[in-house]
Design a binder for this molecule. Structure first.
Ligand SMILES: NC(=O)c1ccc[n+]([C@@H]2O[C@H](COP(=O)([O-])OP(=O)(O)OC[C@H]3O[C@@H](n4cnc5c(N)ncnc54)[C@H](O)[C@@H]3O)[C@@H](O)[C@H]2O)c1
Ligand SMILES: O=c1ccn([C@@H]2O[C@H](COP(=O)(O)OP(=O)(O)O[C@H]3O[C@H](CO)[C@@H](O)[C@H](O)[C@H]3O)[C@@H](O)[C@H]2O)c(=O)[nH]1
Length: 325
């Protein structure tokens, strides 16, 4: 595996994976429409500015580049927006993924790593969640991702030699410890980024969405994974495919859940700012608790987290956030 094609490589997670691929000495081509990504975030390799819906450009780029593996990040990612505008999500996350799978099949390319999500599980009966847990997404974002994953699984079953790894990310956070890249959206909705922007004074308060969930403090629980540990999981998935281990699905998280209030406490401590927090109604589409069992990823690939520390995650995100204009 020497040449890697990355869709969405100018985005938050994609850019950290492109960085990791570059550090490993691999050749990378990023394909991104820059709708939420940034050209300067692509620290390594070539960038082609293009949309997944532009099948002719996608086909031309892939047939000229002829990669050994494809990592597919490009998608829309906001749960609440997907509830308000579901078709936008099915178009970009499912139909455009289908476009990509079709082009890969036409060109006889294999070895796909797909960005899936914990949102495919919906409201799991038990936490931590294993890959065997039934898929029952409760919002269009999760459903759009579940369908693209299913398309891949069906394709792999039908086409001998077509292999994929679906990585189901839990809540990804933090930034490059050297401060070169991080999360940079026009309208940030993610908890940690939103809390840090509030500490910075961009918002006058942070709202806690929902205080009446069936969790110990009534507040939502999530499993936050540092983006560089997630990037390392992609390299582990590449090795898995290169080793001929076949297709697989892996949860990516640390296995500990933190409530929104615990995240707020860490954000206040790290920033030194006692920013204002207000209790607010539930946000549509939010499951109460999602915590990963990543035992399968560890056992199959040897992946081990290096930054399993909420304070480190928040600190790297804060160092990134405070230098943004
Ligand atoms: N951030 C999280 O916590 C999280 C959790 C689970 C899964 N994921 C998945 O990880 C992936 C990356 O998420 P992210 O947080 O880096 O988001 P992001 O918005 O920063 O990255 C997405 C990238 O894809 C590009 N893109 C979007 N639609 C495109 C299209 N049609 N054609 C070409 N490029 C397109 C954007 O410009 C952007 O650079 C997504 O697939 C998302 O569903 C993210
Ligand atoms: O201002 C805020 C923002 C968020 N939250 C809560 O914080 C938690 C985390 O929210 P957020 O950071 O927006 O992430 P999720 O909605 O959990 O979704 C993320 O994590 C999913 C996997 O778990 C991914 O699939 C999604 O792409 C990614 O956005 C949720 O309980 C939210 O209700 C607040 O209370 N206030």
């Amino acid at each position: 595996m020497k040449k890697i094609f990355v869709t969405g490589g100018a985005g938050y997670i994609g850019s950290h994976v492109v960085k990791a691929l570059g550090e490993r000495g691999l050749e990378v081509l990023t394909y991104d429409n820059l709708s939420t990504g940034h050209a300067e975030a692509v620290l390594h390799g070539q960038l082609v500015t293009g949309d997944l819906a532009d099948r002719a450009l996608l086909r031309k780029t892939l047939s000229e580049y002829h990669p050994d593996a494809v990592i597919h990040f490009a998608a829309h990612i906001e749960v609440a927006e997907s509830v308000a505008n579901p078709l936008k999500y099915y178009r970009n996350n499912t139909l455009n993924a289908l476009n990509l799978w079709e082009v890969l099949r036409e060109l006889r390319l294999s070895n796909v790593i797909f960005s899936s999500t914990a949102a495919v599980y919906g409201i799991p009966q038990d936490n931590p969640v294993t890959e065997e847990t039934a898929l029952a997404p409760i919002n269009p974002y999760g459903a759009s991702k579940m369908m693209s994953e299913r398309l891949l699984a069906d394709l792999a079953a039908a086409e001998k030699g077509f292999d994929y790894v679906a990585l189901r990310y839990f809540n990804v956070a933090g930034a490059d410890p050297q401060g070169r890249i991080g999360q940079k959206y026009r309208n940030a909705t993610h908890l940690i980024t939103r809390a840090l922007k509030t500490a910075k004074g961009e918002y006058d308060r942070l709202q806690i969405f929902g205080t009446d969930y069936a969790t110990p403090d009534g507040i939502c629980i999530r499993d936050y994974i540092h983006v560089d540990d997630l990037a390392a999981a992609h390299l582990a998935a590449l090795d898995h495919l290169a080793g001929g281990c076949g297709s697989d699905i892996f949860n990516c998280g640390y296995g500990h859940g933190y409530s929104v209030r615990e995240v707020v406490d860490v954000a206040r401590r790290v920033t030194g700012v006692d920013f204002c927090v207000e209790e607010a109604p539930r946000r549509a589409g939010d499951p109460p608790a999602l915590v990963a069992d990543s035992g399968r990823l560890r056992a199959a690939t040897g992946w081990k987290p290096r930054h399993d520390d909420l304070e480190f995650i928040v600190r790297t995100a804060w160092e990134w956030e405070r230098q943004l204009a």
